[in-house]
Ligand binder design. Structure first.
Ligand code: BDR
Ligand code: CA
Length: 317
């Protein structure tokens, strides 16, 4: 099976991405690293443990990582995912934080990849702080990865957090910059607009959540808050290509699970705006190759929607 590390800020779509990995017969989840983002890193750790609990997979190690971005203030996304990151629903059976590993996330990522050189896929569905710290601690870290899948950034300068910036990049632009320079491994990016162009119809979601399983009941509970936010007047996702559920992080995970799931762009250099009156955190594609950067990435273009639905459906079985 494909060895996998997942770096999350466990909101609702991160939870689904983790559940997809757990359900995929070809994936072997070696660990989950947590970082600030949708909610505080402590909540992210709790949420990740709750997801593993709901799937009966608490043997998978969970590691706590960075509580703040490299520079600047923490931003979070409670308006969408709920203040606790998972829809603010009570969970009396939530595992305690004593279930966390003692080892920190960055040290664990480096160790696990050293133990499995060139064999680990890393799926990052959160601000890239842990990844940036990992390459600073261990410069050879990226070259020992098999590949990297990122949910983040934007391709048409449409943001969901600022005018031009997608949440994961806006929440730590410096970290995104470091990763897009220094991660010299095959890199695949699911941008905000790409995920918006490939929404799941709400009627399909009803059937998805109606499955008679514990996992579906768990998802239905945590899903409600973000579904209502998605259907609110201010819905950002609807501004890009109409209504439906945008399960952002699932697209990065789907690409890691199944290579045939997406059509990709040419290999292109990608960077991030770090200054700018309006544009800090915006992803910039260097299609003219003016930067002559050694690091290039594949930007996801089109998905096989039937295959995607199947992976999402199976995640709750
Ligand atoms: C990203 O931001 C978070 O709220 C989601 O979990 C996803 O990773 C989308 O912009
Ligand atoms: Ca996320």
């Amino acid at each position: 099976a494909q060895k996998l590390l997942v770096d999350v800020d466990c909101g609702v779509d991160d939870a689904l991405a983790v559940m997809m990995a757990l359900a995929a017969p070809n994936m072997d989840v070696l660990g989950i690293t947590c970082v600030h983002g949708n909610t505080s890193v402590e909540n992210v750790c709790k949420n990740t443990l709750r997801v593993l609990h709901a799937c009966g997979r608490l043997e998978i190690p969970v590691f706590q990582g960075a509580a703040k971005p490299i520079l600047g203030n923490v931003i979070s996304a409670g308006h969408f995912h709920g203040e606790d990151g998972l829809g603010d629903v009570p969970d009396p059976n939530a595992p305690g934080l004593d279930m966390l590993q003692k080892e920190g996330a960055v040290a664990a990522m480096i160790r696990i990849v050293n133990e499995n050189p060139k064999e680990v896929s890393l799926v990052a569905t959160a601000p890239l702080t842990n990844l940036a710290l990992a390459v600073r601690m261990e410069p050879s870290f990226p070259s020992k990865l098999k590949d990297l899948y990122i949910m983040g950034g934007n391709i048409e300068s449409r943001g969901n957090t600022t005018m031009c910036a997608e949440f994961n990049f806006a929440a730590d632009p410096e970290a995104a910059y470091i990763v897009l320079n220094d991660y010299l491994c095959p890199t695949y990016i699911a941008s905000w607009e790409f995920t918006c162009y490939n929404k799941l119809p709400w009627s399909w979601c009803d059937d998805w959540l109606a499955q008679e399983t514990e996992k579906a009941r768990f998802m239905a509970r945590i899903f409600r808050h973000s579904m209502e936010a998605s259907n609110s007047e201010r819905s950002l996702a609807e501004m890009v290509d109409g209504t439906g559920f945008v399960s952002c992080d699932s697209y990065a995970m789907a690409a890691a699970i199944d290579n045939n799931f997406v059509t990709l762009s040419d290999h292109v250099a990608v960077t991030v705006e770090l200054t700018g009156t309006f544009t800090r955190g915006m992803m910039v594609l260097d299609t003219l190759d003016m930067l002559k950067k050694p690091h290039k990435a594949f930007v996801m273009k089109k998905v096989n929607m039937e295959r995607f639905k199947q992976l999402i459906m199976d995640a709750l079985k």
